[in-house]
Ligand binder design. Structure first.
Ligand code: ATP
Ligand code: MG
Length: 169
């Protein structure tokens, strides 16, 4: 199904705005004015962005900032390194607790939670990112994380704009 991913992102932001507002967090939108229409399953991709945004809200202290950016980009999605693959690149960044470098490689594992998350009793089962990664891979995309402890975290989801590129996985 072809969906305007920008509208989908706006809807997901809307769904977390109450939770963010309760923590005095600001959600900053850095979205293109024009549509980016892309073949995807709207329910599954909503789940992906909802999991990432709910994490950003949960692991960012009161008054923090969450930024959602989206743009078209030429990228090498996979090992085949075809740099001419056109993707939608969505970045969700926060000014939260950050994640220690030694914990980053385990983040997408089922039931994995960092020491920080477990000690603060923030709730959660450790499944959100595992599910998000599974759904993104099923769309022929990629998901990556960068984080600086004490400064914040960014997740980048890249999805192929052309359905034929999905076969690259
Ligand atoms: P669930 O999503 O199942 O309710 P969860 O949020 O603990 O539970 P994941 O979404 O899979 O599980 O995230 C795994 C762990 O990664 C979290 O427990 C937390 O330690 C860490 N994490 C995820 N997102 C962030 C973030 N934005 N900032 C800091 N740590 C994060
Ligand atoms: Mg989660």
């Amino acid at each position: 199904k072809a969906v305007n991913a920008i509208v989908l992102l706006e809807q997901v932001i809307e769904r977390v705005s109450l939770d963010a507002g309760n923590k005095q967090q600001h959600i900053c939108r850095n979205l293109p004015a024009e549509a980016i229409v892309i073949p995807l399953d709207p329910h599954r991709m909503t789940q992906v962005f909802l999991n990432l945004l709910l994490n950003a809200v949960r692991y960012t202290p009161e008054g923090g900032t969450i930024t959602v950016s989206a743009k078209r980009e030429a990228a090498a999605l996979h090992k085949l390194d075809r740099s001419d693959v056109h993707v939608l690149s969505v970045t969700i960044s926060d000014t939260g607790s950050g994640i220690a470098p030694d914990q980053l490689p385990h983040l997408f594992n089922r039931f994995y939670r960092t020491d920080e998350a477990r000690s603060r009793h923030t709730g959660g089962t450790g499944l959100g990112l595992a599910i998000a990664q599974e759904l993104v891979l099923a769309h022929g995309g990629s998901i990556d994380v960068e984080s600086v402890l004490g400064e914040g975290t960014s997740f980048v989801v890249r999805l192929p704009l052309n359905p034929n590129d999905s076969a690259l996985v």
